[in-house]
Design a protein around this ligand. Structure first.
Ligand code: TR5
Length: 144
């Protein structure tokens, strides 16, 4: 776990972010996450797009000039993509479409990447499904 922490947190911008991630990194508890407070607007975020089903807001620790998270407002068991069931197909499609709308709004339609980290081994740190929309620089491959 320590190795995983250092692999996943090497780019953390400050101690607060690193410790928030460390606290969340180990498991999918099914409990509330920081994103519930962002959805409830108890914690401010920089909102890029919002509709009745999804919220898109800027990542606090951006990995590219454009780094937006797209999340379902109602988690409905979708702590991570590996929990997806047939009942989730509509919201999963809605999230992907919202990612495209975000790319359009941000002016990166011809050069963006959508990422879902699933589980500790993929550096997932918040257990509320989210799509990362990244762009505004040359995106490299493989992503690492
Ligand atoms: O590592 P995964 O894929 O789970 O992505 C979680 C993302 O949430 C990371 O890129 C974090 O930088 C981001 N994050 C974490 C917090 C946060 C945030 N983005 C916006 N606002 C945030 N607040 C207020 N608090 C966080 N702990």
């Amino acid at each position: 776990l320590n190795l995983r922490r250092s692999l996943c947190h090497a780019s953390a911008t400050n101690d607060e972010e690193a410790s928030a991630k460390a606290a969340a990194a180990s498991a999918d508890s099914g409990g509330p996450t920081i994103f519930d407070k962002i959805i409830a607007k108890e914690i401010p975020s920089s909102i890029v797009y919002e509709d009745e089903k999804v919220l898109a807001f800027r990542d606090i620790n951006p990995q590219a000039p454009v780094h937006v998270l797209v999340i379902p407002k109602f988690r409905n068991g979708l702590t991570q993509l590996s929990k997806a069931e047939p009942k989730h197909t509509e919201i999963l499609g809605h999230l992907l479409h919202a990612a495209k709308v975000v790319a359009e709004k941000e002016g990166i339609m011809d050069r963006f990447r959508v990422v879902i980290n699933n589980g500790p081994g993929a550096c997932q740190s918040v257990y509320h499904l989210h799509l990362h929309v990244l762009g505004g620089r040359q995106m490299k491959w493989p992503p690492g």
